[in-house]
Design a protein around this ligand. Structure first.
Ligand code: WTA
Length: 653
């Protein structure tokens, strides 16, 4: 991992003084409604994590066998709820279906073409039990891995909960990844079964999934069976004794399937995410701690109430969808809106139409989407009645204060608190966020840590920094929903998160804490890009480029992008003569094929040399300046060849 800057602290340039206290009527009804309550919870969780979380876990989760000890050992090898047995699916489905909530809407689904389905908790229990039996019949046992590569349809939630029901570990791959990416992840997780669909809908076009699975299986060594949901009806190739239609298997499946009690630390899911080296990391989350984190953060941050209609616009293929479409809200017995498609189909008003149609009260989206809405114009939200909204959320990247203000005014009508939630795939649940009933928000700040979260801002050598000094964001204490390992590579887990700062989890982000103790996250300090809120490693894109026959060497950096937050700029040294401009499209397509559409480069720049240090490390800082069209600010004294920068600028003209 590369370290930030050469000085000990990071310079922070953002100064924001506006404050937005919660409306009194919001505070009056909030789940956490006083500063004293928060302080008491936070201090207790810090001083006595086992006592704090132990009580909450006993009170709010349904256990098959009570745990002996809430928390043992220290980070990075903490064990939570040892001796306890539990089932995540039971907690998200059965315990509601067994009460009056059996006829409460669990999932209110809207397909992109406008078709809709509502599944009550009773329906969900039936469908999940049936699919759990299907998985068993296909040979899936407790502890096996199952890959889900699906569109945003109810079957995705059903399949993940069915895995949890029988103690199989799901590995969900976002539908925007390519066949090669699916094959890599299947092999790494040693998945036995893949669940997919013929295709999904996106902006009126079909996103083929089954054909990508077919291609990926040429390279997968462990997958035995494939289940295919019919979504668009397009013809697909079905291989006998390997591929089965979801509806055929479900028609014969029994709706009676016991939820298997698994150990608290049983692996619930693997989710691959990008790190600063080429190979994606299989972040592993376990059952009880993860579920508790997702459940409690939903209650505290979204102030969830029985009658809310809650909508998180993320794809379930990312951690936000795992924790805040599925596990968190369903553990709370909430009604969740799930939408299949794009925000601008058939027109730019689709999200606002959905809010009006279902009377959504809590809306959780990403800054990249908010920036697109701003660009499309206020007339789209203004056409719809958004008065059902009472709370807004943001996640995925720092939200720029102007986007925050637009969200507050145009969507929230200056009435709805905004929760800017900082967290990561690795943290499993929201870590730093306003509590909407008590926090006076500042646009651009994710404010303060939740109870049980003990962050700090430190220098590279681990020294705590004072107010407004930028540094590295770390966690000093274990929390229940933290990742437990990187699948199959515990050494990499230790090295990636725990080797930089002694005794701390290092998140990879730079941040500062202001005089009120509010956190301001500045973004990644390692070689990770944040493109539309999606994490990509510069190395992954570089490896993809270098695998093309035209490319000798490549360096990839991010640059500021109006909508996506960061765009992808690739500096490429070709083999031999500089190719025609047409070759750029070839390279772009090649990266898409290797990684997926989400990694589509915005710029390819052919160059004859790259700036390097004397030890041969590419000086990305300088490339970032060039990509952003800025004069180089930084120190160039270690540059191996001073003429390279000048050459790169010439090539730019
Ligand atoms: C960034 C998404 C600032 C951050 C849940 C983090 C944020 C990475 C915020 C994790 C926020 C996420 N403010 N930055 N509110 N939320 N980030 O794993 O850089 O896809 O490390 O998890 O996104 O991305 P991931």
């Amino acid at each position: 991992m590369s370290q930030p800057g050469s000085s000990e602290s990071i310079k922070s340039v953002l100064h924001e003084t506006r404050r937005f206290p919660p409306p009194a009527d919001f505070t009056a009804q909030a789940n956490i409604s006083s500063e004293e309550q928060y302080q008491e919870m936070w201090n207790r969780a810090k001083d006595d994590p086992a006592g704090f979380w132990g009580e909450i876990a006993t009170e709010t989760l349904s256990w098959s066998k009570p745990f002996d000890k809430a928390c043992e050992g220290t980070m990075p090898n903490t064990k939570w709820f040892g001796g306890g047995q539990i089932n995540a699916c039971y907690n998200c489905v059965d315990r509601h279906a067994l009460t009056w909530r059996k006829n409460k809407a669990a999932i209110i689904w809207e397909g992109e073409p406008g078709d809709t389905r509502v599944l009550t908790y009773g329906d969900l229990q039936r469908e999940v039990s049936k699919f759990a039996n299907v998985l068993k019949q296909l040979g899936v046992e407790t502890g096996d891995r199952v890959t889900l590569y699906m569109p945003m349809i109810p079957e995705l939630a059903i399949a993940m909960l069915a895995c949890a029901r029988i103690g199989a570990t799901h590995s969900i791959i976002f539908g925007g990844f390519s066949a090669d990416a699916v094959a890599d992840r299947n092999n790494d997780a040693q998945s036995k079964v893949v669940v997919t669909a013929d295709a999904g809908w996106r902006r009126g076009k079909e996103v083929p999934l089954k054909s990508a699975v077919d291609e990926s299986l040429k390279k997968s060594t462990t997958v035995e069976k494939v289940v295919v949901v019919r979504r668009t009806g397009s013809p697909v190739n079905m291989v006998p004794d390997r591929d089965y239609w979801w509806h055929d298997l479900m028609a014969k499946a029994s709706a009676d399937c016991e939820a298997v009690a698994v150990d608290a630390e049983h692996p619930l899911f693997i989710l691959y995410t990008s790190g600063s080296t080429g190979k994606p990391k299989g972040v592993l989350h376990t059952t009880a701690g993860y579920l508790l984190g997702a459940q409690m953060s939903t209650r505290w941050v979204f102030d969830l109430r029985e009658e809310d209609t809650y909508w998180c616009t993320a794809d379930i293929g990312w951690i936000t969808g795992h924790s805040y479409i599925c596990y968190g809200p369903l553990a709370n017995g909430a009604s969740v809106v799930m939408y299949e498609g794009a925000p601008n189909w058939p027109d730019n008003g689709r999200f606002w139409e959905i809010i009006e149609k279902y009377k959504v009260s809590i809306f959780y989206t990403a800054p990249t989407a908010i920036r697109a809405f701003i660009k499309w114009g206020d007339e789209w939200p203004n056409k719809h009645d958004l008065s059902s909204l009472r709370l807004l959320g943001s996640v995925g990247e720092p939200i720029n204060p102007e986007a925050w203000m637009w969200y507050h005014k145009v969507i929230g009508a200056e009435r709805c608190p905004i929760v800017d939630t900082w967290w990561q795939t690795e943290t499993g649940a929201i870590m730093i966020s306003p509590l909407p009933g008590i926090t006076s928000t500042k646009p651009g700040s994710c404010t303060r840590p939740l109870p049980g979260v003990v962050p700090d801002i430190v220098t590279k050598s681990g020294k705590s920094l004072g107010p407004n000094e930028g540094g590295l964001l770390v966690m000093k204490q274990s929390w229940p929903s933290m990742l437990r390992t990187l699948y199959g590579d515990h050494d990499r887990y230790l090295k990636t998160y725990f080797s930089d700062i002694e005794g701390c989890y290092f998140a990879g982000d730079g941040a500062r804490r202001d005089e009120d103790g509010f956190y301001w996250v500045m973004g990644r300090v390692d070689d990770v890009l944040n493109v539309s809120g999606h994490r990509l490693s510069t190395m992954e894109v570089e490896s993809a480029l270098v695998s093309h026959p035209l490319v000798a060497e490549a360096a990839v950096v991010g640059f500021p992008h109006e909508i996506k937050g960061e765009g992808i700029c690739c500096f490429v040294i070709p083999k031999g003569q500089t190719p025609e401009d047409a070759a750029k499209q070839d390279l772009i397509n090649h990266v898409r094929k290797q990684i997926g559409a989400l990694a589509t480069p915005d710029q390819i720049r052919f160059t004859s040399a790259l700036p390097k240090t004397r030890s041969g490390k590419i000086m990305r800082r300088l490339l970032r300046d060039i990509a952003a069209g800025k004069e180089s600010q930084g120190d160039t004294t270690t540059l191996e060849d001073y003429t390279v920068l000048a050459k790169l600028r010439e090539e730019d003209e």
